[in-house]
Design a protein. Structure first.
Length: 291
C-alpha cells in the first residue's frame, strides 16, 4: 500500500475512533461511569485508546517514503507483531500465530460455527432478567438504575417465560435461582458448538474477537465491530429489566407482545449486520493459519 494511501486511511481511522470513544475517555478522566456505554470498556477491558491505533491487516505491506524520516512506518517497526520489509513494514503473521495460535483457532471455530447456524430469535433478552432473578437490592449489578417492574415483577417475567440462553458469558452471570430455569447448559469448552447468530452477546463478541486478533485485523473492520457492539448493547439494556429512561432511551417491553416483536426485528437486523463482519474475521483467521 503506497504511503500516501495508508496515511490517509490511518487519519480517517483515528478521526472515526475519536468520535466513537471521546466521551468514554472523558468520563474516565472525570471518574464518572455510564452503565450502558462503558460496558464495552469494562466487560471487554480494553481502554478507549486501543481503538485509535490503525492497522492495515495481515498480508498488507505499508510502503515508506520521505515523509517517514524514521523509516519505521510511524513507529510500527517497534510494535508487537510487526516486521520490517525491504520497502516498509507489515504485520508479522508468523509471530502472532506462534504466540496466539490457540486463540486464532478458537476464534475461527466460534465465528464460523456461529455463521453456520440459523438465528434463534425467541430469547427476548431474558438473560439480563435472569441476572437479577430473586436478587436482593444490593446484589443488582446496575444499582444506579431502578428495575422497571420492580423486584417482584421482574421475577414474575423470568418465571413465566421460557429461558433458553446459549451464550456462556451471559449464562455465567445468572443468579443461582435462575440457573436451573435455563433449558441449555452453555460451557466455555462447547462455545464453538453452541453459539448462534441471533444472540446479542455473540454479536457483541465480534468486537472481542477483532481485538483478540489485532493487529491482524484492518482498523476499519475493528471499528465496524465496535460500532455494532455499541448499538447492540443499547438494545440489550433497553430490553433489560432496568429503567433506562433517565439515560434517554425508551424501554423495549419484552413482557408484552409488542415489545417481543420489536426485539425480534432488531435482533434479526443485528444478525444480518454481523454476518459479513464474522465472514471477514474468519478470513483473517484463515490468513493467519496459512502463514
Amino acid at each position: 500500500m503506497p504511503a500516501a494511501r495508508w496515511r490517509e486511511r490511518e487519519a480517517a481511522h483515528e478521526e472515526r475512533a475519536h468520535a466513537l470513544t471521546a466521551a468514554a475517555a472523558q468520563r474516565r478522566r472525570d471518574g464518572r461511569a455510564h452503565p450502558v456505554e462503558d460496558f464495552l470498556f469494562t466487560y471487554y477491558s480494553w481502554a478507549p485508546g486501543r481503538l485509535r491505533r490503525w492497522h492495515p491487516g495481515v498480508g498488507v505491506e505499508l510502503l515508506l517514503d520521505d515523509g517517514d524520516p524514521g523509516g519505521d512506518g510511524r513507529g510500527r517497526a517497534g510494535w508487537a507483531h510487526y516486521e520490517r520489509t525491504a520497502g516498509g513494514v507489515r504485520v508479522d503473521a508468523a509471530s502472532l500465530l506462534a504466540q496466539r495460535g490457540p486463540t486464532v483457532r478458537l476464534a475461527r471455530d466460534v465465528l464460523a460455527g456461529t455463521r453456520g447456524r440459523p438465528a434463534q430469535l425467541a430469547c427476548f433478552g431474558l438473560h439480563e432478567w435472569a441476572m437479577v432473578h430473586r436478587a436482593r437490592p444490593e446484589e443488582v449489578r446496575h444499582a444506579g438504575l431502578p428495575l422497571r417492574l420492580g423486584h417482584a415483577g421482574t421475577d414474575a417475567v423470568v418465571e413465566s417465560h421460557r429461558i433458553r440462553c446459549s451464550h456462556f458469558d451471559a449464562f455465567r452471570f445468572f443468579t443461582p435461582s435462575a440457573v436451573g430455569l435455563n433449558e441449555l447448559r452453555p460451557t466455555r469448552t462447547a462455545q464453538a458448538a453452541q453459539e448462534q447468530p441471533g444472540c446479542l452477546h455473540a454479536t457483541m463478541d465480534c468486537y472481542r474477537w477483532a481485538m483478540k486478533l489485532s493487529p491482524a485485523v484492518p482498523g476499519e473492520l475493528l471499528l465496524d465491530c465496535f460500532e455494532l457492539a455499541r448499538d447492540v448493547r443499547v438494545l440489550d439494556m433497553r430490553a433489560s429489566p432496568y429503567d433506562v429512561s433517565s439515560l434517554g432511551w425508551s424501554p423495549v417491553a419484552i413482557e408484552t407482545p409488542e415489545g417481543k416483536a420489536e426485539y425480534v426485528r432488531a435482533q434479526r437486523e443485528f444478525a444480518e449486520r454481523a454476518d459479513p463482519l464474522r465472514a471477514a474475521l474468519v478470513a483473517v483467521c484463515d490468513r493467519l493459519l496459512a502463514a
